[in-house]
Design a protein around this ligand. Sequence first.
Ligand code: GTP
Length: 596
Amino acid sequence: TDISKIRNFSIVAHIDHGKSTLADRLIQSTNTVAERDMKAQMLDSMDIERERGITIKANTVRIDYTAEDGETYVLNLIDTPGHVDFAYEVSRSMRAVEGSLLVVDSTQGVEAQTLANVYHAIDADHELVPVFNKIDLPASDISRVAEQVEDVIGIDASGAIAVSAKTGQGIKETLEAIVTQLPAPKGDPDAPLKAMLVDSWYDSYLGVIVLVRIIDGKLKKGEKIKFLSNDTVHHVDRIGVFRPEMTVIEELGPGEIGFLTASIKQVRDTRVGDTITHQRSEVEPLPGFKPAQPVVFCGLFPVDSAQFEDLREAIDKLALNDASFSYEMESSAALGFGFRCGFLGLLHLEVIRDRIEREYDIDLITTAPSVIYDIHMKDGTVTQLHNPADFPDPTLVDHVAEPRIKATILVPDEYLGEVLKLCQDRRGIQEDLTYAGSRAMAVYDLPLNEVVFDFYDRLKSVTKGYASFDYQLTGYRQDNLVKMSVLVNDEPVDALSMMVHRDRAEVRGRAMVEKLKDLIPRHMFKIPIQAAIGGKVIARETLSAMRKDVTAKCYGGDASRKRKLLDKQKAGKKKMRQFGKVDIPQEAFISALKMD
Ligand code: GTP
């Protein structure tokens, strides 16, 4: 392909602003897919993504477009993940293209993820084309959004294209803008091969499929290539492009985006951002590469311990396709055998947990999500704590440091008070507070630990869904952090132990034991429920003994009602685990940790 006729771009947008719908339209209007093959939201390949309306795996499509100047152009759209957990992947995808469509819902305006992603695009030196979507809706207000884009993002919005991805209005103008406003890629076809590994995923027929952007040189089938990060060599058995279905082609040249397969067995061996060259070539690695680092850890245990092997199989399979998901076996006194798993963030955790439960039909107990703490021992050594249950003897610990984040929150004025209060409650330190129109932008320094559990849910609920949120990790800081244990009937339940700030321990402990008291069913005996730090009890509740059989209140009269009650009890039983003599229902593990 003539490099001057290539345009590579991505779409920057906040969730629900219409990225997928617009992508579908661009594909459809250039007849890249026959109408009947057009599935809604072509680019989101996994069902779970479609259901949750989020895009996780980067994906790409090559579109041939004959422009008004009579020339045919090759447009490569790279889809970027739309969630904060995948910031590194976003930044890599952005490096693989020269420009972005900045899609803003003209009924809503700029949101936190619009900002976060546009910063990635600006970092990658992108040319930006503002696209104001949903102009078919009565609430659409283009001049307000234009003003906001200029104020908040600081780019010229006078040339913005007014689009309805729904009706198709403005699609032609968008395609023309891609051709005329975005630059063609640069690259030297005669230089040694240099390509960026943009993404990879596992396919059961072809093995690992690697998405690449060629920077310099050419890549052909049959060649031997090497990955610089791990110095592995692979024999390329297939190269091609997505239209959006896989189409095999002969070679990829500079500026092009396509895939290769090379009998690679594991996604783990292919790292996003890595540099690829020919086996015998020497090239400088691309800047900014870093291996995926899980930041949130939790234990996954089968509710039914007989399903442990099934769980192992499910986790092995999921890990094949997800290099950023880490796991190792774990055994817990209370929960038996399970896995300690590492995730890029909470959403990532939820997606994996959902897939295990749904696709593999395994009920899970998820222990409290935890971040990685640095434990500074008195002897000067530092260990990393992934699981609060492993906290060392406190008398040997000098201090504990925790990861912090910089959080950016955009919210309509009227909810600002609630947001500031929430951030304050979570030990946040305000760094910035600015206004753009009727919206406020608050920037907070927060402990990641205070955010991983339910911060996002809380934020959504106190702002009626109007706030948007984005974060990045900034580093570690020492604080007064302790391990809080929970004892049920005098037995420690390690799956409920958590790291807390000393000043918040009483409040958290109290909330936890009160919740557990409601969640644990009564037994034939009294059950003390306690929260403790070291040996010191900081909160205590007692669940009183059950007085009589639950069916007694039916007075033996209504047999069907009695049976229903017993059935209900039985179903409830299935989802419980025994701790010593006490049954604790599965939902207790999650609910007890939610802070109200
Ligand atoms: P994520 O994949 O979650 O990031 O969302 P997205 O940005 O891809 O948004 P999506 O394309 O899924 O659109 C979100 C919703 O807005 C869907 O219900 C679309 O049907 C709707 N929508 C998209 N574009 C338009 C438009 O131009 N007009 C109207 N009325 N609705 C639109």
